[in-house]
Design a protein around this ligand. Structure first.
Ligand code: OAD
Ligand code: ZN
Length: 248
């Protein structure tokens, strides 16, 4: 990355008053949560998404699927937000700017860093609900084994994440669209930008003439239209972006 890119990004940040931070798995990678599409360590390199992340997989082996998400919830609870999450939260505390976090991540690391998340587009590891009556259950049950039953109707709880082929939670989608309507800057962190409809949001933002800063060590589908890419990891690039010029 050239210093010019960092300067350009800082200029965009200084000019902005309503910022949407759109995040993907790369945001949490340095907290120790694997991404999905890394060729070697990615979750989908080592597990079949149709077994673990589809309604069909759930129907064929709910115990296996529940156990896998319970394990992920336990893993997330054992790690901490990283310097990137903390930088996003710090930006949210700056006077004169509104920061809305829209995330594809199902972890709670933004919240634990101190951000209010406007939208969890792909649900949450910590929001189990009944598969039949839909009643939401306590996050305490996210890692419970064996798979708990619904206290209301006796059916079974399912993880509160969105699986392939399922619609996104409508309230989260609406909130994401609302904050994007007002945005004058989008910062996209750590996503390949290939899973729709979430990936539509950065595209649409750019098409509306709003600048897009991408933070990603690798090029992605977002790179093709981003105004500028900060080519490095979130824990370095987000603090650098927020640092005052005279500090660097
Ligand atoms: P991916 O695994 O597809 O992409 C992760 C991105 O993060 C890649 O572009 C990496 O280059 C980048 N990355 C890796 N380390 C990074 C770091 N330290 N700092 C910044 N970026 C880094 O993950 P997503 O794009 O989030 O869906 O995947 C989208 C959706 O696909 C997920 O929400 C999930 C998955 O199937 C559901 O759960 C429904
Ligand atoms: Zn129920």
């Amino acid at each position: 990355m050239s210093t010019g890119d960092l300067d350009t990004a800082r200029d965009l940040l200084e000019a902005a008053s309503s910022i949407v931070v759109f995040t993907g798995a790369g945001m949490s990678a340095e907290s120790g949560i694997p991404t999905f599409r890394d060729a070697l360590t990615g979750i989908w390199a080592n597990h079949d998404p149709m077994t673990l992340a589809s309604p069909e997989g759930w129907a064929s082996d709910p115990d296996l699927v529940w156990a896998w998400y319970a394990d992920r919830a336990t893993r997330v609870r054992s790690v901490a937000p990283n310097a990137g999450h903390l930088a996003v939260a710090e930006l949210g505390r700056r006077r004169g700017v509104t920061v809305s976090v829209v995330t594809q991540n199902v972890d709670d690391l933004h919240e634990r860093a101190g951000s209010v998340v406007a939208s969890h587009l792909h649900g949450s590891l910590f929001a189990p609900r009944c598969q039949d009556c839909g009643r939401p259950e306590s996050s305490d049950l996210a890692a419970a084994t064996p798979r708990p039953a619904c206290p209301l109707c006796g059916s079974t709880l399912r993880p509160g994440v969105v699986w392939f082929g399922e619609p996104l939670p409508s309230d989260d989608w609406r909130r994401a669209e609302n904050v994007l309507d007002d945005a004058d800057l989008m910062i996209v962190v750590g996503t390949t930008g290939v899973v729709y409809p979430a990936a539509e949001l950065p595209e649409r933002t750019c098409a509306a003439g709003v600048p897009v800063i991408e933070v990603n060590p690798e090029p992605s589908a977002v790179t093709t239209f981003a105004t500028v890419r900060l080519a490095g990891p979130a824990t370095q690039m987000l603090p650098d972006l927020l640092a005052r010029r005279d500090q660097s």
